[in-house]
Design a protein around this ligand. Structure first.
Ligand code: ATP
Ligand code: MG
Length: 195
């Protein structure tokens, strides 16, 4: 059996406790040896949205994961020009790391991925772990036959936290303490993000 490595992709604008709990649960439930966080460059699905600079999102991810020896952060997408594609990232990671990859997502992200045109290659590159997420009904959803062996549903303590909500709170001057790690909160203030 090869090494079992988790990959947690995300925009992380900003990273919050929903992401961290999801990664920690995957580590434990799927006996992974570590989780690699991969902040996106320019996510193609969010092309019409304003996304913070990749470097800020990368640094917040480093700050949030620094205290966990089993978490690390990759610059692979941040350093790549043009839109980000998960297939390409998984292909490079697979070549580079020679490990069995477990791509960790929330319910919303897996539901979206299953609608992509050719998810078959995706499913060959990694096993997919779909975490339950408040507001997205994963229980009532059928994994299509072709993807059944490639996707596992993972129950986690429900955290109704989203980056979208955190950004609006910052803009409105509302509280974000206890939704994000203290260091991320400080970084947001220092860099003047989401005002
Ligand atoms: P946004 O509101 O900007 O889309 P987000 O909170 O959804 O931000 P993303 O960076 O888009 O965060 O998500 C990265 C991954 O983490 C996705 O797979 C998403 O489903 C998952 N995720 C985010 N928040 C949670 C949560 N509270 N519980 C479970 N999974 C989550
Ligand atoms: Mg999202």
């Amino acid at each position: 059996m090869g090494r079992r490595l988790g990959v947690m992709g995300g925009t992380f604008d900003p990273i919050h406790y929903g992401h961290l709990v999801t990664a920690e649960e995957a580590l434990e439930q799927f006996e992974l040896e570590g989780v690699l966080f991969v902040p996106t460059g320019r996510p193609w699905m969010k092309e019409h949205e304003v996304v913070s600079p990749p470097e800020d999102r990368y640094l917040m991810t480093v700050i949030a994961t620094a205290s966990n020896p089993l978490f690390s952060v990759s610059r692979i997408e941040v350093d790549r020009d043009g839109p980000t594609y998960t297939v390409e990232t998984l292909r490079s990671l697979k070549n580079e790391l020679d490990a069995d990859l477990f791509f960790v997502t929330g319910a919303d992200a897996i539901l979206e991925m299953l609608q992509w045109k050719e998810p078959e290659e995706l499913f060959e590159l990694a096993h997919f772990i779909a975490a339950t997420r408040p507001g997205y009904d994963i229980a009532g959803f059928e994994v299509p036959a072709h993807a059944r062996d490639a996707v596992s549903v993972m129950n986690i303590p429900a955290l109704a936290i989203s980056s979208t909500d955190i950004r609006s709170r910052v803009q409105a001057g509302g509280p974000i303490r206890y939704l994000v790690p203290e260091g991320v909160k400080s970084y947001i203030e220092k860099a003047g993000l989401y005002r």
